[in-house]
Design a protein around this ligand. Structure first.
Ligand code: ADP
Ligand code: ZN
Ligand code: ZN
Length: 760
């Protein structure tokens, strides 16, 4: 296909003649290109004995036969017709970077998400692993964590003892040569200690601090309540049978799901297997990590702001089998565990499990496929599952495990919907209505803590011209600028474009520029003015830029140094503070009004999640939701904590419109600097798809081409079309039948998003 990267053609001239030998082997190679099919190359004698699937190679590609890095995905006997092939120019790795199973998984992702196999490999294998693997590495050693007892009870030779003592004193890995020199020994003691599992070899020096290796004080398991025990018993069935099964653990916030995961993982670890726990990036807090570290000996944490070296080190640790539990964000689904036993996805409804750039995979679907292949169970946990997962459970494709009550019989907090349409305070321009004002006053008087949630950051979310009556937009995007008062700037939240606030309207030149609406910064100011005796803390991506500031802020709140915590999504997830007696949703409309098929679902999820932040202690708590749409079903169901009712209602709506989860969608986005050309291309492709669909099944539809909801982004014009079908296969087949013959005009590129969740 000739899409994103322009046209690629093969040179016609034969370059290299294979001996006409019956057992000639060839290599299949994929590149970081949007092509699913591999290229076939001849294997030169010099690397014949060493080349394996999973290694990187350099091979000539394209018109100029430039040598390009690619991944060897198979080594197989040549076909009769393949006598004349170009040879691989260089073998880059001494060992495969990933095994057969991971190769198959990445191939599946390329097929499922309609992108290049090489693109998937490039994204899945950490950069540090790719870079380090080709070079010769220093082998370094650490003491294998969790063996303290064995170290005191085992008898060692004098040299072994010396090695152990040196490693005990060091918080960093020590290179083998250094170690031998300092312990005055040869490699033999190292090898025997390694065989006993007491020391672990790393292939690079790591810049990980001692903290990563520190063993945490281990805590006892809690005694499960009946509800948790029932859930665990059900989950243990497929674990004990070594079977694939997806279990949807639907448990309200505070029902003790994490405790159930921990016990399921304990079972898996007792078999010598590893477990992967995926959590949303935003929940990858020290609090979460501590929870796992205090229960298991060796926990690896994979998050997105690790250095290449750290990532590489972790990757090797995991591959060596020295890790019991891997906790990480989306990409941890690829952790190279030698003997996987279980995958858990906590908060499975979180949109961050879907990658927003190629390959646009959803970690849940990748996990499902991986678990199926490796015959292990998958647990999806949530208080508010996606309708996709819920429907599968309803249809009994996946198992449903329910935990409808909170731990210790604590009730879910009452949720009060406040209609702000006639609120006197709101009419005066405040964003805290009368009821919320009174509730905050009372909570503070009773020495409780308050969480206020608002989904908009900045000071005012709209810079607006009163004469034109429209928002002033970013010159690069079809997005209204946000006023950031602290920086004295009008900012585009899509491309980070920033200008001093315009004195006159760029369109009509009237001096009538105004700022509309309330973001977290303005709310912060208002709350401080309204409750001058309360200490207020704001958490949003502007105020939490410094690494560690997130944890620091939460610690302040936990220790009671702050009475009112306000912020965006950041404060809606996973926090567990018993002293929070009031949660206010300042404006539920901001979520409801999104031009997105999932607006209702997101609104329900958000209210349920923020409601989960209160009533966790003995003091109870309550939730106030301010809205101008008090009768909206999502708001009403959320106020009753009625997920099942909401799911039924929303599924009926989706069924009527044949929207997901009743259909499968691939969204094709066209972008380019020339609006007209992008529009024409999108229409052309839509026509081709319609033509290709004729005469085939009626179970697939083409919607559009149409302008994308954000028609301009980072100076590029955007149009899109959608292919919706009964099954993912129907959608894929139709797209592939057209894709191979597409030639995009200069300056237009396309991206395919399968199962899109971002409507932008
Ligand atoms: P969820 O993940 O479902 O929101 P958590 O696992 O965070 O719930 O549990 C909520 C709180 O209840 C936590 O503070 C946890 O330590 C506590 N908890 C969980 N299970 C038990 C139990 N069996 N006995 C006592 N406390 C528990
Ligand atoms: Zn104007
Ligand atoms: Zn912009």
């Amino acid at each position: 296909m000739n899409s994103q990267q322009g046209t690629f053609e093969f040179a016609e001239t034969p370059e290299w003649q294979n001996a006409a030998n019956e057992d000639v082997m060839v290599a299949e190679v994929v590149f970081n290109l949007p092509l699913e099919r591999p290229y076939t190359y001849a294997i030169p004698d010099t690397i014949r004995d060493r080349i394996k699937a999973g290694q990187r190679v350099k091979a000539p590609l394209g018109r100029g036969n430039r040598s390009v890095v690619g991944y060897c995905v198979a080594v197989r006997p040549a076909d009769q017709s393949q006598r004349v092939l170009k040879p691989i120019s260089e073998l880059l790795d001494s060992e495969p970077l990933l095994d057969e199973r991971m190769l198959e998984l990445t191939r599946w992702i390329a097929e499922r998400y309609l992108c290049g196999w090489g693109q998937v490999l490039d994204s899945v294998i950490p950069a540090g692993v790719r870079r380090k693997s080709g070079t010769r590495e220093v082998q370094s050693f650490i003491l294998t964590p969790g063996n303290e007892e064995k170290l005191t009870t085992t008898r060692f030779s004098r040299q072994q003892k010396a090695v152990i003592e040196i490693l005990q004193k060091s918080s960093d890995p020590i290179a083998a040569t250094d170690l031998c020199e300092r312990a005055v020994c040869g490699p033999a003691p190292l090898n025997s200690l390694r065989k006993k599992g007491l020391i672990t070899a790393l292939r690079v020096r790591s810049d990980i601090t001692g903290d990563e290796l520190a063993t945490f004080e281990q805590q006892q398991d809690l005694e499960l309540n009946d509800q948790q025990q029932l859930a665990l018993d059900r989950i243990l069935q497929p674990i004990r049978a070594s079977e694939y099964e997806t279990l949807l653990l639907h448990g309200v916030t505070g029902s003790g799901k994490t405790e159930v995961y921990i016990r399921a993982i304990r079972e898996v670890v007792s078999y010598g297997r590893q477990a992967i726990v995926l959590v949303p990036e935003i929940s990858l807090t020290p609090q979460t990590i501590r929870r796992f570290r205090s229960r298991f000996n060796s926990v690896a944490v994979l998050h997105s702001h690790m250095t290449d070296a750290e990532r590489h080190w972790q990757w090797q640790q995991i591959a060596s089998g020295g890790i019991e539990v891997i906790v990480g964000a989306r990409s941890a689904v690829f952790a190279p565990t030698p003997h996987l036993g279980l995958i858990v996805i906590d908060e499975e409804h979180e949109p961050s499990f879907k990658q927003d750039s190629t390959p646009r995979y959803h970690a849940r679907e990748v996990a499902r496929k991986r678990c199926l292949d490796e015959k292990v169970p998958l647990i999806l946990g949530s208080a508010t599952p996606t309708l996709e997962s819920w429907l599968r459970a309803q249809r009994k494709i996946d198992a449903l495990v329910s935990m409808p009550s909170r731990v210790a019989e604590r009730p879910l907090p009452p949720v009060v919907i406040v209609d702000t349409r006639d609120d006197p305070r709101i009419k005066r321009g405040s964003s805290i209505g009368r009821a919320l004002f009174q509730a905050i006053t009372r909570a503070l008087n009773e020495k409780g803590q308050v969480i206020l949630f608002l989904n908009l950051r900045g000071y005012s979310p709209t810079v607006w011209c009163r004469s034109c009556g429209t928002g002033i937009k970013c010159p690069n995007c079809d997005v209204t600028l946000t006023w950031h008062r602290d920086r004295q700037a009008a900012v585009c939240h899509s491309c980070d474009y920033e200008i001093p606030p315009p004195k006159v309207c760029p369109k009509c030149e009237s001096p009538t520029v105004r700022y509309l609406g309330t973001g977290t910064q303005k709310l912060d100011e208002e709350v401080q003015n309204t409750f001058p005796n309360a200490r207020v803390l704001r958490m949003d991506s502007d105020s939490m830029k410094k690494p560690g500031s997130h944890d620091e802020a939460l610690n302040k709140f936990r220790h009671g140094e702050v009475e009112i915590l306000l912020g965006t999504q950041m404060i809606a997830k996973g926090l567990d503070f018993p002293n929070v007696t009031l949660v206010g949703v300042v404006d539920a409309d901001t979520m409801l009004r999104q031009p997105d098929m999932r607006a209702a679902e997101r609104t329900f999820q958000l209210i349920a999640q923020v409601a989960g932040r209160t009533g966790r202690g003995e003091r109870g708590g309550r939730v106030l939701v301010q809205t101008t749409c008090p009768n909206d079903p999502a708001v009403k169901f959320a106020s009753k904590h009625d997920f099942i009712g909401f799911a039924q209602h929303e599924l009926a709506e989706r069924h009527d419109g044949q929207a997901p989860p009743f259909s499968h969608v691939a969204r094709v986005i066209f972008r380019g600097p020339d609006e007209d050309r992008v529009r024409r291309t999108a229409r052309d492709v839509a026509d081709k798809l319609r033509a290709a669909r004729k005469g085939t099944t009626k179970d697939v539809r083409i919607l559009g081409a149409a302008p994308a909801p954000v028609i301009r982004l980072r100076t590029l014009w955007r149009f899109h079309l959608q292919i919706a079908g009964k099954t993912p296969e129907l959608v894929r087949e139709l797209w592939q039948s057209v894709e191979s013959s597409l030639t995009l005009p200069e300056g237009v590129e396309l991206a395919v998003d399968v199962d899109p969740i971002n409507a932008r």
